[in-house]
Design a protein around this ligand. Structure first.
Ligand code: TXA
Ligand code: MG
Length: 353
């Protein structure tokens, strides 16, 4: 990750001003999570409380997936519409299978190849999964996260853990504990701070109930990765007359508070000059390097020109620019190519009106 971002993240490491009412924050070592702390957090989940915790992608806000009242509290804390279903996190294959009414060979192949990891499988739901988890729909989304704290927490809880990203609905996902505190609406019982998440963008979501299977949300695991295991897949598209299969497909989502524009490098100097000249505080997000001749922007962040590094730092960079309350965020369009697909998708939604 670029030095400038590492410094910003280091400064932001400790849990600072709280806007979310929160009962307790604990720090856990991401590499050697303290078993006693995991047991305490697991007991809270089992008792119907809500707990924010890290995964390898972003922080999630968890509740016992089989407890409707607890999952409803998660929806309230996020201001999430009841029509948007949540992902259920598991620590074993058996736990995943018990949440589903059928487990096709495609699920077996993908789970074997990609779990634990940033891939969410949408499958026919078992009747024991409450309506609030699936938004009343016939499917359930399941994933096994590749994060020792998340896996230890689910094991300690002994229940599947429903967890959307731990941010206000529609906003940026949290990649640091302090992002969770800054963005939720309602009270939460515990926040587990285990430092920055490793991948930085949410999991790939694939619907295995359609033929061919459809990618509902791109992520680090690409369509080629998936096709190697189960053959051809499609991308779900927006528009047309179909009902929306996944609210994560909404055009504006994953968005910073400040209005943002994404533009080619060749237009950056002109656009920044224009906005700075009009008296706006402009925050710039670059890919690889700052182009020569840039206007005197209020602040700038440089992310690596490598897809994984860019993805890791993107939300932290946008949170940082939001915290500085810039009037406008200018983002240099990153490169095309399959490995950039998830980044391109989130940027499109971040700038949508
Ligand atoms: O990486 C991630 O997936 C993170 C971490 C915490 O696991 N979670 C996450 O959750 O991003 P959330 O709720 O912010 O996004 C879940 C996405 C949404 O777009 C939701 O609509 C979709 O998955 N989804 C959940 N259940 C679904 C279902 N049964 N059918 C179709 N889409 C579903
Ligand atoms: Mg989310």
């Amino acid at each position: 990750m670029a030095k400038v971002m590492r410094e910003a993240l280091a400064k932001n490491r400790s849990v600072a001003p709280m806007s979310t009412p929160i009962r307790r924050v604990i720090e856990i070592d991401p590499n050697q999570p303290d078993e006693r702390l995991l047991q305490e957090a697991g007991a809270l989940l089992r008792g119907g409380k809500i707990v924010a915790f890290p995964t390898e992608t972003v922080y999630g806000l968890g509740a016992d997936a089989l407890n409707s009242a607890a999952v409803s509290a998660v929806y309230r804390a996020k201001g999430r519409p009841a029509t948007n279903p949540v992902i259920v996190h598991v620590d074993t294959l058996e736990m995943a299978r018990e949440l589903t009414a059928s487990w096709p060979q495609t699920a077996d192949r993908l789970a074997t190849a990609c779990w634990p990891g940033p891939l969410t499988l949408v499958l026919p739901r078992a009747s024991k999964v409450p309506d609030v988890v699936t938004a009343g729909g016939p499917t359930v989304a399941v994933r096994m996260p590749a994060n020792l704290v998340a896996l230890g927490l689910i094991r300690a809880a002994g229940v599947p853990v429903a967890a959307p990203s731990a941010n206000r609905s529609g906003g940026l996902s949290p990649t640091l504990a302090r992002h969770v505190l800054a963005s939720l609406l309602g009270p939460i019982d515990l926040l587990i701070d285990a430092g920055p998440t490793q991948l930085g963008l949410e999991s790939t979501v694939i619907d295995l109930t359609t033929a061919p299977p459809r990618i509902l949300r791109p992520g680090q695991i690409t369509s080629s990765d998936i096709e190697r295991h189960i053959g051809p897949v499609q991308y779900a598209s927006l528009g047309g007359h179909e009902p929306l299969r996944s609210p994560g497909l909404l055009p504006r989502h994953y968005a910073p508070r400040s209005p943002a524009e994404c533009l080619p490098l060749s237009d950056m100097v002109r656009r920044a000059d224009e906005l700075v000249g009009a008296g706006l505080r402009v925050g710039c997000l670059y890919c690889g390097a700052v182009p020569p001749g840039m206007a005197n922007c209020f602040t700038s962040v440089v992310l690596p020109a490598v897809a994984a590094g860019y993805a890791e730092g993107l939300y932290a960079a946008l949170h940082h620019l939001d915290e500085l309350q810039v009037d406008r965020i200018l983002i240099v369009s990153p490169p095309q190519g399959e490995e950039w697909h998830a980044v391109q998708d989130r940027l499109r939604r971040a700038v949508a009106l």
